[in-house]
Design a protein around this ligand. Structure first.
Ligand SMILES: O=P(O)(O)O[C@@H]1C[C@H](O)[C@@H](CO)O1
Ligand SMILES: Nc1nc2[nH]cnc2c(=O)[nH]1
Length: 278
């Protein structure tokens, strides 16, 4: 914290191909992950590996240009380490973005899904970043996860999408995290569909669980970059380059939506900075 004058209230995690979210920050201070003690390295194309501090519409922000995924070989504790660093800095809100495949028939590549809820598949089988001794200074042993995606921010985003005339692209839905790095088989895709999953990806949920545990309010967006193939007659085949390409095509729209949400969200100025406590 001594190397930047920014004291961020909002943190943003950029999904695959969505690193440009950091570009709109003014008065930037940038730090490569390799220069930050305890930070893992980004190894995935489309994740630059930089922490960017700056101002956006009068709010102090910190942006992860590149996130950490479990499939890269990081422990879940490592993938979520930045969230606790943000909490210690005094951040109140986490905005998560990701690239995801559509499982629901009504979501199409290029659509933006406001995350209403999630299914934590790794968590359901015992891979959870909160495993191990609980540090009560961050949060309780048994945190509730119902309502972890802030209702007011979701409704604000819908209102903004109408004003930006992009409401036709924006829907709400359930995101499921799978471990990756392979994409889904057709049988897996069909199972996810029957389970009520709208979009599937390989990230986000561990970050949200840790953020929720330590009392951050969370807002999440999935950019639908591809449909998940559910028919044996469909010859479509997803690949990471295609995912990044849709990210590039929709980057400006996602950026506009996130910027307006940040601009209009309420910030509590009685910040709960834990840096003296931990
Ligand atoms: O970091 P996100 O969740 O946006 O990245 C998604 C999931 C995989 O890392 C990658 C697949 O193309 O995109
Ligand atoms: N698991 C998964 N992750 C994705 N990230 C972007 N598209 C997809 C997808 O189709 N499946």
């Amino acid at each position: 914290m001594s190397r930047t004058k920014h004291r961020p209230q909002v943190s943003i995690i950029c999904g695959s191909g969505l690193g440009m979210l950091a570009d709109s920050l003014e008065c930037q201070d940038q730090f490569s992950y390799s220069d930050i003690p305890g930070f893992p390295q980004s190894t995935v194309q489309g994740h630059a590996g930089r922490l960017v501090f700056g101002e956006l519409k009068g709010k102090s922000c910190v942006c992860m240009q590149g996130r950490f995924h479990m499939y890269e070989g990081h422990s879940l504790l490592k993938t979520t380490f930045p969230i606790r660093v943000f909490k210690l800095m005094g951040v109140q809100t986490l905005i998560v973005t990701n690239a995801a495949g559509s499982v629901a028939d009504h979501l199409h590549p290029g659509d933006i899904m406001i995350i209403k809820d999630h299914i934590n598949f790794p968590g359901l089988v015992g891979l959870n970043p909160l495993h191990g001794p609980n540090d009560e200074r961050f949060g309780p042993r048994f945190p509730a996860m119902s309502g972890c995606y802030n209702r007011e921010l979701r409704s604000l985003a819908h209102e903004i999408s109408k004003q930006l005339d992009i409401a036709g692209l924006v829907q709400e839905g359930v995101y499921a995290m799978v471990g990756g790095p392979n994409f889904e088989t057709i049988a897996e895709a069909r199972m996810l569909h029957r389970m009520g999953v709208d979009a599937v990806g390989m990230s986000t949920v561990p970050e949200v669980v840790v953020a929720s545990h330590c009392g951050l309010q969370v807002f999440g967006l999935s950019l639908i970059t591809n449909k998940v193939v559910k028919s044996y007659d469909d010859s479509d085949c997803v690949n990471h380059d295609g995912v990044l390409e849709v990210g590039r095509l929709r980057s400006q729209t996602v950026q506009q939506l996130v910027t307006e949400v940040i601009s209009r969200m309420e910030i509590n100025n009685n910040i709960d900075r834990m840096s003296n406590a931990v």
